[in-house]
Structures are given as C-alpha cells and as structure tokens.
Design a protein around this ligand. Structure first.
Ligand SMILES: *[C@@H]1O[C@H](CO)[C@@H](O)[C@H](O)[C@H]1NC(C)=O
Length: 339
C-alpha cells in the first residue's frame, strides 16, 4: 500500500507538470500527428467506409465493437473493394500529407512500403489524430513502454489501475514518465498521462535496447493472437491481415520489415532466401499466384517449427497455426534474423 500512495503522489505531481492544453497547430507548419485512438484504421480514401464501419471512425474508436458487428461478407467486402490499407496504433507518429473535409491523408511511420518513403499512406478521420507537439517531444526523448506481453492491454486512467481508459494493442509504445515496480506511468497523445501494468508492458530506453529475438520468441509472441479475427488492413492485436501480423511480430522486437507481403519478400534485400528444407521458426513463407511475377505475391505466414506455420489467412478465418502448404503457389521463404 505504501508504494501505491507514493506513486499516487508522484503521479499527481507529474500529471500537473504535463501540458494540459491541447495545442492545435497549423498543419502547414507542423505536418506531424499522433494517433489518439486505440487503433486508427487507415482507409484507401474517405469514401470507402460503410455504415457498419462507423465505430472505427470516431474518437474514441470502438475497435472491438466494430470487429464484433461485421458479418463474414462484410469482412470480405473490405478486401474485395480495397477499402482499408493498414492501421496505426495509439500514440504512433504519422506524417500528415494533406487534408480534406475532416480527413487527413497520412503516412504511417515504421511501416515501410514502396508506395511512399515516409511510411504507409492512406486516409483517416482528423478527429483521431492529436497535434500535440509536447507529446511528440516525450515520444522522441523518453524511454518507452511497449505492450509486448499480451495481445491487448488495458491502459488505466487511475493509479490504482481499476478504471480502464482504453484497451490498447500489442506493440503500442508510449513515452514513460515514471516506472515504479509494477506500475508504469505513460504520457498519452491528447495530453496528460495514464498507467500501464508491468504485467502487460516492458520499459525500454530505446528501440535498440529491445533484446534481439530468436525465431521461437517471434513464434511464441504470434501465438498470443491465435483465434483473433482476420481483417484486411489489420495491424493491431485486435485483428490482423497476413502481413500486418508478420510486420507487427518483428516490429515488437525492434526489427522493421516492410508492411505488405510482396514488399516483405522483396524490400531492400533485408531478408535471406531460405530453401524449403532449411526452414526455421521465425522465417517468413510467401505465396504467389504467378511464380515468375513477384508482384503477384499475395500471402505471407511465419514458420512455427515442426512443419507448421502461423498465419492470418483470410476473412472469416481466425489467426491460426496450420501445416505449411507447399503447393503450386509456394513462392519461397526469407529469413530476417541474422543471428
Ligand atoms: C506470369 O508472370 C510473367 C512475368 O511477369 C508473365 O510473363 C506471365 O505471362 C505470367 N503468367 C500468367 C499465367 O499470368
């Protein structure tokens, strides 16, 4: 109890020291924003959301309600009509490229793609972005807490960790204000602070201080998401698409690979080609509709060992572990771990 009271006192002091005013800056001057919902979905353009997508467009966003409300046909339609591009996690930095009618065109940093050198491009509601540059400074300068022990974690409003403020995703990173035993006080993008449990998150000084993983570490992390829905464009612990899944598993361990499956197979020569007989846990396995055309790569999975792989396969099929398919569409495998 003594520890908690101390934390409470320290917490209050730090909260008041943080900027409480939401400072809206001029886009033209700033052009950087921070995601202020648990998970922001990035759309192909502002005409793509359907009525059923309303819970994904608000602040706060109701990501779980959205996923629960969609039928398999509605999930499939996201793919068939190329509605969603990717997702960005709470507190993450985006570059704002343009704005129109309450929407921002953004590039999501940390999701490399040949489509834009700044990050993965697409459109999102402006209401889901904070322009608070003082949060940005904390994000650049402070150690961060990374949700890396659970698929999703409660972010608490109160220091006693009873009142959930938001449920946030695996691989969310927030600047650390104070770290007291099991309690991590983090800054949040719309000003002020909140609390994470050390049962759900780890504090790192920088990305380079995240321990380099083994393939088994990546596979074990992947197993946290078994049974979660497949979502076209999904790249949060709530729901994934195939490459959002593999990108996130590497990203959480400080290794950046491309966002999309064809680019993961190809992008800037990061990986080493691995023969079928040499597969080890953590290797990525690619599938293509035309084995002489790299742009036809349409699926990626992670080798899990023992002839099995982890994958987010398609609409209506939850994240699963399944025997590796070595059929006509097997393109090959790549290894991204170097030791
Ligand atoms: C497969 O890709 C190659 C190279 O781009 C192309 O020449 C060929 O026509 C494609 N095959 C089919 C069946 O589309």
């Amino acid at each position: 109890m003594k520890r908690i009271i101390f934390a409470l006192a320290l917490g209050n002091q730090l909260v008041t020291a943080l900027p409480s005013v939401y400072r809206r800056s001029d886009i033209a001057a700033q052009q950087v924003g921070y995601i202020s919902v648990s998970v922001a979905t990035i759309w192909t353009d502002s005409s793509k959301p359907r009525p059923v997508d309303a819970p994904a467009l608000t602040n706060p966003a109701d990501i779980e309600g959205w996923l629960d409300s969609m039928t398999v046909d509605q999930y499939l339609d996201l793919t068939d009509n190329d509605r969603t591009q990717t997702q960005a996690l709470y507190g993450a930095r985006v570059d704002i490229l343009s704005q129109q009618d309450g929407w921002y065109e953004v590039a999501v940093e940390g999701q490399p793609t040949p489509k834009n050198s700044l990050g993965y491009p697409g459109w999102m509601p402006a209401a889901q972005v904070s322009l608070d540059s003082s949060y940005g400074q904390l994000l650049s300068n402070k150690p961060f807490a990374a949700v890396d022990k659970v698929a999703t974690a409660p972010l608490y409003r109160d220091v006693l960790m009873t009142e959930t403020y938001l449920e946030i995703s695996y691989d969310t990173r927030l600047p650390v204000i104070a770290h007291l035993g099991g309690l991590i006080q983090v800054a949040v993008p719309s000003g002020g602070s909140a609390y994470l449990s050390a049962r759900h998150a780890t504090v790192y000084d920088s990305i380079s201080s995240i321990p380099y993983p083994t393939g088994k570490d990546l596979v074990n992390a992947g197993k946290l998401f078994l049974g979660r829905p497949y979502l076209w464009g999904g790249s949060s612990g709530f729901a994934f698409d195939c490459s959002g899944f593999t990108h996130t598993l590497y990203d959480a361990r400080g290794i950046t690979i491309a966002r999309d499956s064809d680019a993961q197979a190809d992008f800037t020569g990061h990986g080493t080609e691995i023969a079928q007989s040499e597969l080890e846990p953590g290797d990525l396995i690619f599938y293509a509709s035309n084995l002489t055309d790299p742009s036809s790569i349409y699926h990626v999975a992670m080798y899990a060992g023992n002839g099995e792989m982890l994958e987010a396969y398609g609409a209506g099929i939850p994240v699963r572990i399944t025997p590796v398919r070595f059929n006509d569409d097997y393109w090959g495998a790549e290894r991204f771990l170097t030791h």
